[in-house]
Write a protein that binds this ligand. Structure first.
Ligand code: ADP
Ligand code: ZN
Length: 200
């Protein structure tokens, strides 16, 4: 079904480290679509319960209603009559998100995905790299390095070890540039060690 008449669907990716403004940008885009009278729905993985269950909230506290989902395929059950689909924290929905996005694009929908391009070890965070390759538009955002003020492309986890996903807890992470960033699993600099003692 062609929801956006005489047009094709397309995929937009908004990537970067934590605090880079991905959620703010996603909200800006879906608000504009809603103002234009398009039907809009935003989803977030239920795993991400940081601030609120039924809205996405940026670190600067702007927000937009969202539907929490357990699995990427849940999106298809909600979006039959929706033209513009936003997905926050896409990295937590895993590789099944790829087929879901393809299905949405075949239905000529506009899909906007925000997510981390790298995990806390600096390793590409699937399925975001794959989705970046599929996308018509990719925007990579940077934060400000809290150490030196340079543009920050990395997310520093302030505790050593642990799972790939430790959700929420902005106090466990900070934005850093390539020079100031360290892999907490390889070397534990004194400041990280100190924070590990403080936080756990
Ligand atoms: P993301 O979704 O990429 O984690 P958000 O959109 O939730 O980012 O938050 C971006 C906001 O975070 C900025 O507008 C700013 O108010 C705040 N912020 C906090 N720490 C930083 C930082 N180190 N660099 C840039 N912005 C920061
Ligand atoms: Zn730095």
């Amino acid at each position: 079904m062609n929801i956006i008449k005489n047009d094709s669907g397309w995929l937009e990716l908004i990537v970067g480290p934590m605090f880079s403004g991905k959620t703010e940008e996603l909200i800006r885009r879906v608000r504009r679509a809603a103002i234009a009278g398009q039907s809009v729905m935003v989803f977030k993985p239920a795993i991400d319960k940081r601030y609120d269950e039924i809205k996405i909230v940026s670190h600067s506290e702007i927000h937009f209603p969202s539907q929490p989902i357990q699995n990427a395929s849940d999106i298809l059950t909600y979006t039959q009559n929706i033209q513009v689909i936003g997905i926050d924290e896409g990295q937590f929905l895993g590789n099944p998100l790829i087929d879901v996005v393809n299905a949405l694009l075949e239905q000529h929908k506009r899909v906007i995905i925000a997510g981390l391009d790298l995990d806390y070890r600096g390793i590409p965070f699937e399925p975001i790299p794959f989705l970046m390759a599929m996308a018509e538009y990719v925007d990579k955002f940077l934060a400000i390095c809290v150490r030196c003020g340079n543009p920050a492309s990395r997310t520093q986890r302030l505790v050593a070890g642990g799972a790939r996903v430790i959700v929420g807890a902005a106090e466990l992470y900070e934005a850093r540039c390539r020079n100031c960033w360290t892999n907490p699993d390889e070397i534990v600099p004194p400041d990280i060690e100190q924070k590990r003692i403080d936080l756990l």
